[in-house]
Design a protein around this ligand. Sequence first.
Ligand SMILES: [Ca+2]
Length: 229
Amino acid sequence: MKYNRHIFYYCLLVLVLTFSACTQDDSAFDNIVSPSIHNNIEEPDVTFGDNILKNGGLEEWNILPNNSYDYITDWIPHNNGNVKKNWETVNEGKRSAKMQSLKTGSTARVDQCIPVTPGNRIRIRFKYYVELWKTNGARTYCYFRTKAVESSTIPTDELKAFYNDNDYCIIRGGGYGLKYLPINIGTWQTFDEIITVPPTANYFVFGINSYYGTIIYVDDCYVGEEVGS
Ligand SMILES: [Ca+2]
């Protein structure tokens, strides 16, 4: 009898520990990643300035030298052919970016590194249209750096100590952000968030990733810093 009771308590302990391990890291994400976008823009005392992103409307495009890949002018060029100039599914202006990874393990990526002021709040906003959604879908891929170079990305533990759970899920050290964008096939959606620049950050990388099998269009990207507060 005593032996059976020990087994029971042991099993109970294993169950509790297993449950804790599974839920601890992702609990904040589970709250955020819901059918609607988490908006934290209800701050009437704050106004935001001009777009820090260059070519945020994705209107201007170039072709990389020595090959035929399109890339977005002033954005970080990627030569895997996964991002293309588009005229048909557009939210503003005449062009958008079509993001479609062409093979497994290859990511469609739009990103730009911009200077920001430590301690200021920034507003991050863009429009996206999901044509096809598979497996890992698409996500924000935004992060902060102390310098412009990639090696200066601010680590996860520092950001986790600085932010509450909601904000930490928007911006994650190493460059993650939301696990995936809220999905609504065939309609333009708006991602719109406000976040404080960490005291050690001087650069922000605004980015969106789309993974193999998924097709999304991105347009009207904006990052602005608070003014007059
Ligand atoms: Ca546009």
